[in-house]
Design a binder for this molecule. Sequence first.
Ligand code: CA
Ligand code: CA
Length: 293
Amino acid sequence: MKKEIKIKKQKRSKNNFIHLTGLIVSVFSLLLILSGCASKELSEPEISAITNADGTSQVTITNQNDVGDIYYTIDGADPLTNSKLYSGSFIISETTTLKARTIYKNVLSVIATQQFTITAVTTNGTDSSTTSSATTASSTQTIPSIGQTSAVFNVSASSALSPMGDNNYYAGNLIDNNWSTAWVEGAAGNGYGEYVAFSYTGSQAQIQGISIVNGYAKSEQSFYENGCVTKLDVYVNETYNQTLYLSTYGTTQYFDFYNVVSPGDVIKFVIRSVQEGPSDGEFDTAMTEIVFY
Ligand SMILES: [Ca+2]
Ligand SMILES: [Ca+2]
């Protein structure tokens, strides 16, 4: 009997050993899987921004991964874990470069970078003209430049909708840094072929991009009551440069536009297709802001 018990005990301990080995193998596999996850690449975070009426930018950064925290800097340095930890949207009120990345354990994502140019408007965008034809206004936009820190544009349009009540729809509304005002084309039809032209009156400057607020972005209602642009052809001094494909929403959209402009250069935006708003006898196509940076 004693012998039998011994044998049974031995068998049991052998089973335990097998179970223990299985457990170690499982734990080891789990560690391998976990370390595999940790070394996986992290996607860079997505930066989005809304320009406030006072010209400052409300910035939101979104983690594109299931794991990790977002760290960011606004002094040009590459973000690390000793940088600011992102905890919610924030305001940028000075021209600066925002850099952000996702960090999880020892894994760093690629850095997402966005240049913010806080525009200083020194002249108002109100037109003295009361006609609904070509209208002009000028604005000072701060852009990275060669030899100077600001650039001056005059803006004019092929047409503008006639003022209604206290509201006007002149081209100057594109450069007044105010989301409550918009340029609305005044031509018959949906605005195909209508344009706004920015003529540069500063000294030589380097432009890196264009930001556009499409449609009549004053309110959700004004946005849906007017058309917005889906395709905009850009011409520099009457030479075709590129076509911008705009999204049909009323927040800031950014486009690359590397160009050196000299005094007298004209950058023209021609409407090539639109998303029509409801017709009230005419289709009205609007844009709220265009800024070079
Ligand atoms: Ca405006
Ligand atoms: Ca029209």
